[in-house]
Design a protein around this ligand. Structure first.
Ligand code: OXD
Ligand code: MN
Length: 626
């Protein structure tokens, strides 16, 4: 049945684009698009299908508009975000909630009516003289029980181009929706641009409307704030997962090789810039995804898919020794978008990249030369600590053969890990699912990083590494994790990893590649092949098993002294952490499940009993093998 907004669309869209939109036969979509056009007033509208010509158009226009510049190597481009737009902005990212709806104090929210009024005010006329793009994607493999459709409207060719690398094409899948309203809508405008970057930084807003499943983002370009299907859709997917009884997580997915031809799949939740991508990229193993996972129970198993099909990764420290596969993808012809690196003569440079950084070039601050200071007198680094690369996973040589499997991969283990300099041992396994969800996932803390704006290195509560994105009351979110394995005979094992433990003198206790040994140990544990030592906080490895794996995997000797230093239980720190965690769950979260306090209390009892017998630092040899 024709609607009044159909006439409006007819008057605004060129026939070729109108036809592509109408072919979707989706009334909610037509209403949303008509409203967005009326609000943002673009000069024209371009509807992209999955057709390679449409995709090539976006790529070409990103260069022509100056949002991306061509680099010396074929297919490589660079984009700069503004100096105050270099990370996810938590302060101005909010959920729009109805009066009376309460998500809890840890979750930024604002009144829906007020918020819509404010952000729509900023969007009004924001696309004047520019083209609005419509892009359709599938979150998760196409035509799968996991997949969610999404549509993004944006006036940024850089954003639309990035999405092309990061998500599976979804126009054809959208057709199969018919008139269903079950998909995610995102409207983004970079706002007023000066020298190609969003100028009205004090009017930067990212609002997520929980009622209509719509996301609005304005006056920002940084992909974490604008690429709708990354962190913005994650927030809506967590709501959907809550309604439908599955999990939407900030997790990597990888295949770890065991003896013979065996591959065991793991998911891993690490906060941004805490080793998620480098774990998923361990050499000899296979990557399914490095950032976002949907998990479902299917036929008595936990199965997972990667929401994405590309990587928006931190480029700092990507070098031929530590990340040979990514390095190769970044240094051969092919489609790569670099952002916020230093450019000199068409070549990108970044810190820790293993090549000498020139003394001058161009970066997000404009012309740059060594020693440049910003207006506050702080040194401007050649590349931003959160500078990034965007690539397709299929351009990597280690992509798992099942990465696009519509049934997902079976999950054998779940890893939780944060940036923790003084408390957790480098590796441990929980006693069971509940113990892992509570003392590892829901107790995760991590020092802040450059992936979000604000001070770095501050210890922060990071349950499941997902705190920035949780969109339901936090207690309910944890309860969903606890309930998730109901009816599953052998739930995945849960592990806690800590790559960032330090000695008292401040040096890291582990090398960057040690994590490879840890995942190999986890793989053997999932397959019931190795013993472990039972400590008050979980099972830890035996020295002899790690020594064998260090030799096999890294060809390194792993001494008993190193083992004891790394795996000594720091009782005081663990008790202090329990205090912090319990206080947050008790005083800041209203709907904490009672079992969380019981499990934390049991952990406290075990730690206190161990301290009474052995003191504040306890060597692994004090505990028994099991
Ligand atoms: C990301 C992030 O970009 O979490 O993945 O910031
Ligand atoms: Mn992330």
């Amino acid at each position: 049945m024709p609607h009044r907004y159909d006439d409006y669309l007819k008057s605004e869209l060129a026939p070729v684009h109108l036809e592509k939109l109408m072919a979707l036969e989706n009334p909610k979509l037509r209403r949303f698009v008509a409203d967005a056009i009326e609000l943002c007033r673009p000069a024209s509208v371009y509807v992209c299908t999955d057709d390679p010509d449409d995709i090539a158009y976006v790529r070409r226009r990103a260069i022509e508009t100056g949002e991306e510049q061509r680099l010396a190597m074929a297919g490589h481009t660079c984009h700069f975000d503004g100096p105050t737009d270099q990370g996810r902005d938590r302060e101005v990212t909010k959920y729009l909630v109805e009066p009376g709806e309460y998500l809890g104090p840890t979750i930024g929210a604002t009144d829906r009516r007020e918020g819509l009024k404010e952000i729509r005010g900023y969007l009004r006329g924001s696309m004047t003289g520019r083209e609005m793009l419509l892009r359709f994607f599938s979150l998760g493999p196409v035509n799968s029980v996991f997949s969610i459709s999404g549509v993004q409207m944006t006036d940024s060719f850089y954003v639309a181009h990035s999405e092309d690398l990061l998500y599976r094409p979804g126009y054809e899948q959208f057709k199969t929706l018919g008139d269903s309203p079950e998909y995610i809508c995102v409207l983004h405008s970079s706002g007023r641009l000066v020298n190609g970057v969003s100028a009205d930084v004090d009017r930067k807003r990212i609002y997520i409307d929980l009622k209509d499943e719509e996301v609005y983002s304005v006056n920002t370009q940084y992909a974490g704030n604008t690429v709708g299907f990354k962190k913005l859709a994650l927030r809506l997917a967590i709501r959907k997962a809550d309604r439908e009884d599955w999990l939407s997580e900030h997790m990597l997915i990888m295949g770890v090789k065991g003896p013979g031809d065996r591959t065991t799949y793991f998911t891993g939740a690490f906060p941004s810039a805490c080793g998620k991508t480098s774990t998923a990229m361990l050499p000899g193993e296979t990557i399914v995804g490095d950032d976002l996972a949907y998990l479902r129970r299917i036929a008595g198993e936990v199965r997972a898919v990667n929401v994405e099909s590309g990587i928006f990764g931190i480029i700092r420290d990507v070098n031929p020794q530590d990340d040979p596969i990514i390095w190769a993808a970044l240094t051969r012809p092919g489609e790569v978008i670099f952002s916020n690196v230093l450019i000199r003569d068409g070549v990108p440079y970044w810190e820790g990249g293993g090549r000498e950084i020139p003394d001058e070039g161009v970066n997000y601050s404009g012309a740059w030369r060594h020693g440049k200071k910003d207006e506050k007198g702080n040194e401007v680094r050649p590349s931003h600590p959160n500078a990034r690369y965007t690539i397709r996973l299929k351009d990597l040589t280690n992509l798992d053969p099942r990465a696009d499997d519509p049934h997902g991969v079976p999950v054998g283990g779940v890893i939780f890990g944060g940036r923790d300099s003084d408390t957790w041992v480098p590796l441990q396994q929980s006693f069971d699912w509940t113990h892992g969800v509570i003392t590892m996932g829901a107790s995760l803390e991590s020092e802040t990083t450059a992936a979000t704006l604000g001070k770095t290195g501050v210890r922060a509560f990071q349950p499941m590494s997902n705190i920035d994105f949780v969109s339901i009351p936090l207690g309910r979110y944890v309860q969903n994790h606890l309930d998730f394995v109901m009816g599953i005979d052998t739930p995945p094992l849960i592990f806690a990893a800590n790559y960032f433990l330090k000695r008292k003198d401040g040096g890291y206790l582990n090398g960057m590649s040690d994590k490879h040994v840890w995942v190999k140990w986890m793989e053997r544990r999932v397959n019931g092949e190795l013993d472990a030592i039972r400590t008050p906080t979980g099972f830890i490895p035996l020295h002899e098993d790690l020594a064998r794996l260090f030799d096999e995997v890294l060809h390194k000797t792993y001494t008993p002294d190193a083992y004891v230093e790394q795996f000594t239980l720091r009782v005081r720190e663990n008790l202090a952490k329990l205090d912090r965690i319990e206080t947050i769950w008790r005083t800041e979260v209203e709907d904490t499940p009672e079992v969380l306090f019981e499990v934390l209390a049991e952990q406290r009892k075990r730690l206190e009993a161990a301290r009474a017998r052995h003191g504040d630092t306890i060597s692994p040899s004090a505990f028994t093998q099991k």
